[in-house]
Write a protein that binds this ligand. Structure first.
Ligand code: PGA
Length: 250
């Protein structure tokens, strides 16, 4: 279960949220992995408050470069200096507002892996693309761009998140069966890369809430969630984590 705070949070409120999430997560089964991807300025705060807890922290994007004259960018190695585990790459907001191409996202995934981070590669189609019947074509292209540049061993250590753009922050969730169909398609693509890649965790994201979490996570190929809005409230985020645990125990 990974929280994506996006551009939310202030130092004082973060402390409460991080401490509450760490406390709540400590009561979960060890097999439920929990992380939060925070804005860069708060990586040090996350490291200070989460070290020694079961909660890992992450960054929401990394540069495609390792260093140099790239004003405003943050290298994966820099994030690694703050004990970061996860790096979201290719979030639809980055693809849309920063014109990130599938190839650029693939390079970012490589940079993250080289720095010892686990890239969470986001893929997803817009409503227009879905209605035009292009969902598989779009997400297939997005995932393949990444798989093409990775070795099988590297590919086996990524995480993939399916986030239909029309379900992000809109309150519209994909129907569990609808999400499962796409996850099964993604699983097939991973499998084709190699047997060890087939087990890459596949997260669903897009308006996941405590009320719909259990049904979504109950789907065969949905291994977890990438949680935006609901990760900003410890009560909701922890309820979603517990829903995942309930499903796992069944
Ligand atoms: P949401 O965002 O849960 O607020 O829809 C998910 C995401 O964009 O990662």
């Amino acid at each position: 279960m990974v929280g994506n705070w996006k551009m939310h949070g202030r130092i004082h409120d973060n402390a409460t949220l991080l401490i509450e999430v760490a406390a709540g997560a400590s009561a979960l089964q060890k097999s439920v992995h929990v992380g939060v991807c925070v804005p860069c300025p708060y990586l040090a705060q996350s490291q200070a408050l989460l070290s020694g807890s079961v909660v890992k922290w992450g960054i929401q994007d990394v540069s495609a470069h390792t260093g140099g004259a790239y004003t405003g960018e943050v290298a994966a190695e820099m994030a690694a200096d703050f004990g970061v585990t996860y790096a979201i790459v290719g979030h639809s907001e980055r693809r849309a507002y920063h014109r990130e191409s599938p190839e650029l996202v693939a390079t970012k995934a490589q940079r993250a892996l080289e720095a010892g981070l686990t890239p969470i590669v986001c893929v997803g189609e817009s409503l227009e693309e879905r209605e035009a019947g292009k969902t598989e074509q779009i997400i297939g292209t997005q995932l393949e761009a990444v798989l093409n540049v990775l070795t099988e061993e590297q590919a086996a250590s990524i995480v993939v998140a399916y986030e239909p753009v029309w379900a992000i922050g809109t309150g519209k969730t994909a129907r569990p069966g609808q999400a499962q169909d796409v996850h099964a398609f993604l699983r097939g693509k991973l499998q084709a890369k190699g047997a060890s890649v087939a087990n890459v965790p596949l997260l669903y994201g897009g308006s996941v809430k405590p009320e719909n979490a259990e049904e979504l996570f109950g789907q065969k190929d949905i291994d977890g969630g990438l949680i935006g809005g609901a990760s900003l409230k410890s009560k909701d985020f922890l309820a979603i984590c517990r829903a995942a645990q309930t499903v796992m125990l069944h």
